[in-house]
Design a protein. Structure first.
Length: 265
C-alpha cells in the first residue's frame, strides 16, 4: 500500500484548478463536472499535531484520492482525551490546513458556503472502536478543548460486532448509524450569516442502496473575521472506548466547497 506519512509541518501548495469551460450541474469526475477535491495527508499541505499519539502509522496508496491506511496504537486502556467527538478535550492525532476553495479563496467566518464531504471505506479484518473524522473548524485547530476548536463534519468509525459507524459531529456531539454493510457516506453543512446550520449525512452500501440518514442540529454562531481550517482527527469513537493496538482503518476522503455569493441585505 504505499508510503508512510509523518508530515512534519505545513508546506504551501497550489490548489487544484478546474479547467472546464461549462458546468453540467453535477459534481463528479467527468470534465464537464465540478471536480471533487481529494484528501491526501502525504501531499505536504497538512500541518500535523500530536500525530503518533493514537496511530503508529498512516500510509497512503497511489489512487486519486488515496486510500489512507491508519494503524492505531490505542488508546488502550480507554482515555477520554483521545476521543475527537466526545468529552471536553482531545490531544490525539490531528492534521489541519487553511480552508480554501480550488481557486485559492480563503474561507472565513464572514463567508457563506456549503461544504460537502464524502468517504469510502474498505473492509478490514478486525473492527475495534477506532474513529477518524474530517471537517472544518473556526477556532484554533491546535486548541485541545473541543468546544474552543469548534469543529464540525463527517465521522467514520469502527464498531465491535463487525459494524461500520457513519455519521456527523458538531464540536463534541454526534449523530451516527452502525451497519455492517456501510461503505460510503456523504455529509453536508451549510454556513450562512456566521451561523453553522445542521450537519447531515446519508450512508449507502457498495451497491448504492440506502442504509441510513440523519442530522445533528448545530445552530452555532461564529465570531467575526476568523479563518476556517480543514481538520482531520483520529482516535477512539467514545470517551470510554479502548482501541486495540494494530486496529486498522482503510478510508478515502474527498470534499467540495461551494462558496455562495453575497447574501442580499
Amino acid at each position: 500500500m504505499g508510503r508512510n506519512t509523518r508530515v512534519p509541518g505545513s508546506i504551501a501548495r497550489t490548489q487544484i484548478s478546474n479547467t472546464r469551460s461549462h458546468w453540467d450541474g453535477k459534481i463528479g469526475l467527468d470534465p464537464s463536472n465540478e471536480q471533487w477535491v481529494g484528501v491526501d495527508l502525504s501531499d505536504g499541505t497538512w500541518t500535523a499535531l500530536n500525530v503518533g499519539t493514537n496511530t503508529s502509522s498512516v500510509a497512503t496508496s497511489t489512487s486519486v484520492p488515496p486510500v489512507h491506511t491508519l494503524t492505531f496504537s490505542g488508546p488502550d486502556p480507554s482515555d477520554a482525551d483521545k476521543c475527537p467527538v466526545g468529552g471536553t478535550t482531545f490531544d490525539g492525532d490531528t492534521w489541519y490546513r487553511l480552508m480554501k476553495t480550488e481557486r485559492g479563496t480563503q474561507i472565513t467566518t464572514d463567508s457563506n458556503f456549503i461544504l460537502l464531504i464524502e468517504w469510502f471505506r474498505e473492509a478490514t479484518d478486525a473492527l475495534d472502536d477506532a474513529c477518524f473524522v474530517f471537517g472544518f473548524c473556526a477556532g484554533d485547530p491546535t486548541n485541545t478543548t473541543l468546544n474552543d476548536r469548534e469543529a464540525f463534519g463527517s465521522l467514520a468509525a469502527n464498531v465491535p460486532a463487525d459494524k461500520y459507524q457513519s455519521g456527523v459531529f458538531c464540536r463534541n456531539a454526534v449523530s451516527t448509524n452502525n451497519n455492517a454493510n456501510t461503505t460510503r457516506s456523504i455529509a453536508s453543512c451549510t454556513y450562512v450569516a456566521k451561523r453553522v446550520g445542521d450537519v447531515g449525512y446519508h450512508s449507502i452500501n457498495a451497491d448504492g442502496d440506502y442504509i441510513a440518514a440523519s442530522a445533528r442540529n448545530s445552530n452555532y454562531t461564529m465570531n467575526d473575521g476568523e479563518n476556517f481550517h480543514l481538520i482531520l482527527m483520529a482516535g477512539s469513537r467514545s470517551t470510554s472506548s479502548t482501541v486495540a493496538t494494530g486496529t486498522k482503518m482503510l478510508i478515502k476522503w474527498r470534499y467540495k466547497i461551494i462558496e455562495l455569493s453575497s447574501i442580499p441585505e
